[in-house]
Design a protein around this ligand. Structure first.
Ligand code: PAF
Length: 282
């Protein structure tokens, strides 16, 4: 049975009744197969799976899609029931922020100002602040996040390490449609034409990964990814397409690396990423 609670007082009672390993999957709802793979990963490792559903106003800019972000609680609960989730915490904004918008927020540091942070100022302050609050409220042993939001996952890991948050952060690989499109709650904004254009993102990552497998160097890998994006995603407006160290640290890239892309398809901003391995050039 899946128990649903809305307030932090209800959550405290429900959480106290769970002994054994607790795994949390934090979401903004509109659950899809990508979330289902997080739930499966949590089920495999934890005695109890706790899901949070909260569209966090702190991580949306003034011109972003907070108002139109899909809110589908009944369908989400059905997904949770099917996946054997024990407990769902779906607070309203005043339950999460009883004192109003918090004045004290988690500072993500320099990485929070790069990539997504450049286009979405304050985004990672909002994400890390709500994630830290939800970790305090749910007190999990394990917390599962998708690799699809790779910079978010990296920053959450970093926050837990830097601030001694006692939780194991587990990254779960991205789930894709058969044609390569990464699953995202925002895909539901895409028209049929937009959806075709959106394939430019995964196409660019695939081309980069293939170039890396063929033993090409970092410059050639990135060039191959850009060429493929130009060919396949020509209706999209590229924000960034970069090759970085797997921890998103600045500096030269060699061995295991990450290709990350962000682009606008119509009014919808999409992100994607993939691991690549750069072989040493002889
Ligand atoms: O990835 C998301 O859905 C959100 O950023 C998160 C982690 C639930 C915080 O609001």
């Amino acid at each position: 049975m899946t128990e649903l609670v809305h307030t932090r007082a209800e959550l405290a009672v429900a959480r106290a009744a769970r002994t054994g390993t607790v795994g949390v999957v934090m979401t903004m709802g509109a659950l899809h197969e990508g979330h289902e793979s997080l739930l499966r990963a949590a089920r495999e490792r934890a005695d109890h799976v706790l899901v949070t559903i909260f569209v966090n106003p702190l991580q949306f800019g003034p011109t972003e899609d907070f108002d139109r972000y899909p809110r589908t609680l009944d369908a989400d609960l059905e997904v949770c029931r099917r996946a054997g989730v024990d407990l769902v915490f779906a607070p309203a904004v005043p339950d999460m922020y009883p004192g109003g918008a918090p004045q004290v927020r988690v500072n993500p540091g320099p990485l929070g100002e790069d990539l997504e942070g450049l286009s979405r100022p304050g985004f990672f302050h909002g994400v890390l602040t709500v994630v830290l609050k939800l970790l305090q409220l749910t007190r999990p042993d394990l917390a599962f996040f998708g690799e699809k939001d790779y910079q978010q996952l990296t920053l959450i890991r970093r926050m837990c390490r830097d601030l001694d948050v006692p939780v194991e952060v587990v990254g779960v690989p991205t789930v894709r449609e058969p044609d390569g499109l990464a699953l995202s709650s925002r895909n539901r904004y895409l028209s049929a034409v937009d959806r075709q254009v959106a394939l430019g993102l995964s196409g660019a990552l695939r081309a980069g990964a293939e170039a890396a497998e063929a033993g090409r160097d970092a410059g050639a890998v990135l060039a191959a990814a850009h060429a493929a994006f130009g060919a396949g995603g020509s209706g999209a407006r590229l924000d960034y397409l970069v090759l970085t160290d797997p921890d998103l640290e600045p500096g030269p890239v060699q061995g295991p690396a990450r290709l990350l892309v962000a682009a606008w398809v119509g009014d919808t901003r999409l992100i994607d990423n993939a691991p690549v391995t750069l072989h040493p050039t002889s």
